[in-house]
Design a protein around this ligand. Structure first.
Ligand SMILES: CC(=O)N[C@H]1[C@@H](OP(=O)(O)OP(=O)(O)OC[C@H]2O[C@@H](n3ccc(=O)[nH]c3=O)[C@H](O)[C@@H]2O)O[C@H](CO)[C@@H](O)[C@@H]1O
Ligand SMILES: C=C(OP(=O)(O)O)C(=O)O
Length: 429
């Protein structure tokens, strides 16, 4: 298993190109199941999750091909993939595939909408919480599907097609909003999605569906209206930049000090997180090339944060921000309101000398003068990268084990950081 080795202490200076967003790429790829024509996705990140989803979609009948590009060109522009599901050859998404990646459960919506049935393994819990799918199934039922749970599978049927309706989510759910959009796009009649997720990735999916011929209005607001159409076409769509990747590197710069341009991302994608980093002592400015993050001289200030759906502080940056707060002057309170168990990084940060106490859904982080390198490992994606951020500021050597979590969501992480001066490398093994 690969490991990442870091020798802490270097500042970060330079340019980091921001890749396409994992959390937009995955639902966009799944949307290819809605049409028998080709969906072309540009700026697709090169990630383990993207490869795994391509395999899952292949099982349903999607032909998946990637344009050959030179490595340098691909690093700058991402991959271009063509996805075509001429026919759906299998409506079952088996346990072995779905259990490895939660978002693959979302295939249930386009399969149901296009061919009237789907049998998809329940994804189960994961390291950050139980993550039920009750609201996703509720949304499909509101559009006329019947759902039963059989031997660990959600079996959804709508033999006469889905029918538009009102889906009122009692809680904001990103996945629920994605699948409601996909299902409603091919339903008979109009659908209103109330308390919809407003995440930029939802807007990106809605934009792509509209290019495919869907009639969606209001994405990015709490109420989305969809008028169903009989069929969707192919389209060409560029995946939006990864705001979580950008926020992660911004936090790393706040941690080490230095001056980095996050190329290709806009401040609007991440206002709350950038504001929070400014309160912590970083300077954030933007121009037409991207967002520039600097911290010179001044120490890190303690700031309290509470995660919330967009436009609030993202749960996917909570671990990284906690790593930053381990070196702050004073005590910060970090409250996780989205996932009940997203504190797996706490005990690992402690190995590096962090002082963190848990009180229910709040972590109380008492800043320390120094962290010291150690062997660490994490059980989820963002927790792993929080350990990289801590390692960049720790004295001596830090080894992050179980790098496959990082490879799910960060493209060429060690290359991007070492190009800015970090002493970081991958040990393949
Ligand atoms: C691939 C992808 O885009 N993943 C993101 C997506 O996950 P995902 O779409 O799985 O997260 P949701 O927004 O659905 O989850 C939000 C909350 O709703 C709960 N819930 C959700 C569905 C349901 O049927 N019942 C239910 O109770 C969840 O347990 C959680 O407490 O949004 C999360 C919240 O921003 C991010 O952390 C993930 O990175
Ligand atoms: C939790 C995440 O992803 P997923 O929903 O795919 O597990 C994430 O991207 O931080």
């Amino acid at each position: 298993m690969d490991r990442i080795q870091i020798r802490g202490g270097a500042q970060l200076n330079g340019v980091i190109p921001i890749s396409g967003a994992k959390n937009a790429a995955l639902p966009l790829m799944i949307a290819s199941l809605l049409t028998d024509q080709t969906l072309t996705l540009e700026n697709l990140p090169r990630l383990a999750d993207v490869n795994q989803l391509a395999r899952i979609l292949g099982n349903h009948g999607v032909d998946y091909s990637i344009d050959g590009k030179r490595a340098r060109e691909e690093a700058a522009t991402g991959q271009t993939a063509h996805l075509r599901a001429r026919t759906i050859v299998d409506t079952t998404a088996p346990y072995e595939l779905v259990s490895r990646m939660r978002a693959s459960f979302w295939v249930i919506a386009p399969l149901l909408a296009r061919v009237g049935e789907a049998r998809v393994s329940l994804p189960g819990g994961c390291a950050i919480g139980t993550r039920p799918v009750d609201l996703l199934l509720m949304a499909l039922e509101k559009l006329g599907a019947t759902i039963e749970i059989d031997a660990g599978y959600a079996v959804a049927r709508a033999p006469k097609g889905l029918i538009g309706g009102e889906i009122d989510f009692p809680k904001v759910t990103v996945g629920g909003t994605h699948i409601a959009l996909m299902a409603a796009s091919l339903a008979h009649g109009a659908t209103r999605i109330v308390n919809a997720a407003r995440e930029p990735e939802v807007v990106d999916v809605a934009d792509c569906l509209n290019k495919m011929g869907a009639r969606i209005r209001g994405a990015g607001t709490p109420i989305i209206e969809v008028v169903g159409v009989p069929r969707l076409n192919g389209a060409n769509h560029r995946v939006l930049p990864d705001r979580i990747e950008a926020g992660t590197y911004a936090t790393a710069v706040a941690m080490t000090g230095g001056d980095v341009l996050l190329e290709g991302v806009g401040e609007d994608l991440l206002e709350t997180a950038f504001d929070t980093l400014e309160q912590a002592g970083a300077t954030v400015t933007s121009d037409n090339r991207g967002v520039r993050v600097r911290r010179n001289g001044a120490g890190i200030q303690a700031v309290d944060v509470e995660t919330a759906p967009f436009p609030g502080f993202p749960t996917d940056l909570q671990a990284q921000f906690m790593a930053l707060m381990t070196r702050a002057r004073g005590t910060s309170r970090i409250t996780e309101t989205i996932f009940e168990n997203r504190f797996m990084h706490v005990q690992e940060l402690a190995r590096l000398g962090a002082r963190i106490r848990l009180d229910g859904e709040t972590a109380i982080v008492e800043g320390v003068d120094r962290l010291r390198g150690a062997q660490v490992m994490a059980t989820d994606l963002r927790a792993s990268v929080s350990l990289v951020i801590a390692g960049l500021a720790a004295e001596g050597e830090t080894t992050v084990n179980r790098v496959y979590h990082l490879d799910r969501g960060f493209e060429r992480l060690e290359e991007k950081l070492s190009a800015c001066g970090a002493d970081i490398s991958r040990i393949v093994g």
